[in-house]
Design a protein around this ligand. Structure first.
Ligand SMILES: Nc1ncnc2c1ncn2[C@@H]1O[C@H](COP(=O)(O)OP(=O)(O)O)[C@@H](O)[C@H]1O
Ligand SMILES: [Mg+2]
Length: 512
């Protein structure tokens, strides 16, 4: 009972922030919602008029704290749920918070490593280089004299997250109870998936292990460098790694001024990305410019392994087939691999699906080469497979988002070239290597069918370890809200009732 009251109060405060930031726009889809929005208009901050809906949601989530920032990031991989525009705006969610005091960072380090900071580092820089929702980074020098970067978990972030996740579960349970018609959206499972991924991100030993694994994968490749982990100075809440020096990858003028060839840099980035995805099946899923640097030899350096994704070999073959099909404008092949992979039920028409593939691809692939976005193409493909009754694998969605970011980085570096030109030989080579010397791409479809019995199980596994929310979470399109509004005959209350409650309570209870 007390818990319920606490949850309601917290919910009220959240409703209020959403109203202030104009982030209740999904309510526009139902009549009562529009009425409510007009009542709430006076609450709105003055500066939001010029912002897009996704930007307003992003600022609201940022104001609500770490769990909500992570929630927004998870949602940003789900353009299938929230639409392209909102997903894009959410992916620009600033994961920056004011730093916490260095004294607290020192206390955490000492407690985690069981020694005073002075015995661990001969110098510790009290001013952090960066502060984000989960951790902040300080530069330091080890007692052996090595320059390092020390990532320290934000104090209290685990408790805050535990509190917020309890609220998310509570909400999810109520939603499933009050709106049986929406049970198929599996709110509770979605919350569990989200909890798993953030829990991993909050254990810096996992991040250290991810960095070490990727460093192993690229041990023979000096064009892509990952800083060494100092395991003796790493624990759940502290990660110590070799300090790297480089120019942030989006500072194009500085890169050119330092004498690097930007086309080479793009080529290295494309290579690294496709090696991660196809060769290793283990990829950095947060390759935005804040995490990528160009070193003094022109090598690429990556930091921040908090979010990574995996693609099993079966799925890699599927992806390779599909991408090559698209790049060769062979839509029949694209369609066939989808059927072979069981992503489209066998009773649907291959011809109709081929046609759907063409309708998506031609407008995108018909553009000048440097404007082609294969990530967009993939995103739209996933939406189509969904309408053809297949749930998309969360790992593929994470990959698609990472691809979008990688393309953006490539374009910033040199708008004239397209990473797909660079990537194509690499994917082809991988496909040939993995399908036997005489395998023709089309024949491989047969091979794929033969080895796909395990796919449903793989899909299930991937679902368990999702970084993002499941397919079928809450859609923010106002169209789907309309759909929810119409679903009243299936539930005790119309679907918008809880929304309204949240906001009303917000106005009544929240204090300024
Ligand atoms: N090994 C390192 N060497 C130098 N700077 C680093 C290193 N690791 C992180 N940084 C700096 O700290 C910032 C934040 O670190 P990051 O691991 O990306 O944390 P977050 O998960 O908070 O984004 C990076 O953008 C980079 O500027
Ligand atoms: Mg980062």
């Amino acid at each position: 009972m007390l818990g319920a009251f606490r949850n309601l109060r917290r919910l009220a405060a959240i409703g209020r922030v959403l109203a202030q930031r104009g982030a209740l726009f999904p309510l526009e889809g139902v009549e009562a919602g529009r009425l409510l929005l007009s009542l709430l208009r006076p609450l709105m901050d003055g500066d939001i008029a010029t912002l897009r809906p996704g930007q307003r949601l992003a600022t609201a989530l940022q104001r609500l704290g770490p769990s909500f920032i992570k929630f927004g990031q998870a949602l940003s991989t789900r353009s299938d749920l929230v639409g392209d525009e909102i997903a894009l705006d959410l992916s620009e969610l600033q994961d920056r918070l004011p730093p916490f005091p260095a004294i607290e960072a020192r206390q955490i380090i000492a407690a985690e490593l069981d020694r005073p900071v002075e015995e661990i580092f001969s110098h510790f820089e009290d001013v952090p280089v960066a502060a984000a929702s989960i951790a902040q980074v300080h530069f330091a020098v080890t007692t052996e004299g090595r320059d390092v970067a020390v990532k320290v978990l934000r104090p209290g972030v685990e408790d805050q997250f535990a509190r917020d996740i309890a609220l998310f579960y509570w909400l999810a349970r109520w939603a499933e109870r009050l709106m049986p018609s929406l049970r198929r959206l599996r709110f509770v499972d979605s919350v569990r998936a989200f909890e798993d991924s953030v829990t991993m991100e909050m254990d810096l030993r996992f991040e250290a292990a991810a960095a070490a694994e990727m460093a192993d994968n690229f041990a023979d490749d000096d064009s892509f460098v990952i800083p060494d982990i100092d395991w003796q100075r790493t624990a759940k809440r502290v990660l110590t790694l070799e300090r790297i020096a480089g120019i942030p990858i989006d500072e194009v003028d500085a890169i050119v001024a330092a004498g690097h060839d930007r086309d080479q840099v793009v080529a290295k980035a494309a290579n690294a990305f496709f090696n991660m995805v196809f060769r290793d099946g283990f990829f950095h899923a947060d390759m935005h410019p804040g995490n990528l640097f160009v070193g003094s030899r022109g090598e690429l350096i990556a930091v921040d392994f908090g979010i990574t994704g995996r693609v099993d070999k079966q799925t890699r073959r599927f992806l390779g087939e599909m991408l090559l099909g698209f790049l060769n404008a062979d839509y029949r092949q694209v369609a066939e691999v989808h059927f072979a992979a069981g992503f489209v039920p066998a009773d649907k028409s291959v011809d109709a699906f081929t046609q759907a593939c063409r309708s998506i691809a031609e407008p995108i692939l018909g553009r000048p080469l440097n404007e082609i976005s294969v990530a967009r193409l993939l995103g739209q493909m996933f939406q189509v497979t969904e309408t053809f009754a297949m749930e998309t694998q969360p790992q593929l969605l994470l990959l698609q988002k990472s691809m979008l970011v990688a393309e953006g980085v490539g374009r910033t570096l040199d708008p004239r070239i397209n990473m797909w030109q660079l990537a194509r030989p690499l994917i082809e080579e991988w496909m040939i290597g993995n399908l036997g010397p005489q395998a023709r791409v089309r024949e491989s479809v047969g091979a794929l069918v033969a080895s796909l019995e395990s796919l449903p199980r793989l899909v299930q596994q991937a679902e368990k370890t999702v970084e993002a929310l499941r397919s079928g979470g809450l859609r923010l399109h106002s169209d789907s809200l309309k759909g929810m509004g119409n679903s009243r005959q299936n539930g005790i209350f119309p679907a918008w009732v809880p929304w309204v409650l949240v906001v009303v309570l917000g106005v009544l209870l929240a204090r300024r």
